[in-house]
Design a protein around this ligand. Structure first.
Ligand code: CA
Length: 234
């Protein structure tokens, strides 16, 4: 049974989502205080998090960031809930690593559909039997859903992970932004190639040495897209 954690301080909204997800066979738990969210996520180990933006204790953006930097839970998909009056744009959502978001008031059926869609995506990634990919000191273990650099486990978001695996599998090839957008996000997503650039930037920060002559895995092919290096020169 898939586990969904709802982090939401409005009781009626929590109850509504919980009821609908439980009807569809999910195991659901909730937290109302943002300050207790991370502790609860670590304990409950949800398959997906529904996260409200405005919360007492700690806000949704901070919680999302905290999840994304913790290697034990960084892959957990997050759907953010925001109110229309709150200045939450898609670029911000993307930069903090939310997988999707919905604006209140939202249809609970639509939310349930998105929960399933995000979980399907995650699952298709998780259960692929694939060989490990090793490039220099970078090791991708698709079976365990883990990435190591210099033997240290990295905290990647789901999108960063997908992007890395796709690039690494096609190493040596130039991939256009549109190809990457289509492959990793699908056309139903934000549909902006800037999305790709933002994620490449975050991925680089995590796997590359930022100094001028530091180790580089991803090359920018100006005006076209990106290419993952075939090997790392020693
Ligand atoms: Ca709230």
């Amino acid at each position: 049974m898939k586990k969904v954690l709802i982090i939401e301080d409005e009781w009626n909204i929590f109850e509504l989502i919980k009821f609908n997800l439980e009807t569809q066979g999910f195991n659901v738990e909730g937290v109302q205080d943002g300050g207790l969210a991370i502790e609860k996520i670590l304990e409950y180990q949800p398959d997906l998090i529904i996260l409200d933006l405005m919360l007492p204790g700690k806000d949704g953006i901070t919680i999302c960031r905290d999840v994304r930097i913790n290697p034990d839970i960084s892959y957990t998909p997050i759907i953010m809930l925001t109110a229309k009056s709150e200045e939450f744009d898609k670029v911000l959502g993307l930069e903090i690593g939310a997988d999707d978001y919905m604006t209140k008031p939202f249809g609970v059926k639509e939310l349930c559909a998105r929960v399933k869609a995000v979980l399907r995506r995650t699952e298709s990634l998780l259960f692929k039997e694939e060989e490990a990919i090793k490039i220099g000191e970078l090791l991708i273990e698709p079976k365990a859903f883990e990435v190591y650099l210099d033997e240290k486990k990295l905290a990647l978001t789901l999108k960063e992970y997908e992007l890395l695996v796709f690039l690494a599998k096609h190493r040596g090839q130039v991939l256009t932004r549109d190809q990457l957008l289509d492959q990793i996000w699908g056309f139903d997503y934000y549909g902006e190639t800037r999305t790709v650039d933002v994620h490449i930037r975050y991925l680089r920060k995590k796997i590359e040495d930022q100094s001028e002559h530091g180790r580089k895995f991803i090359e920018t092919v100006r005006g076209v897209g990106y290419r993952f290096v075939e090997k790392i020169e020693d």
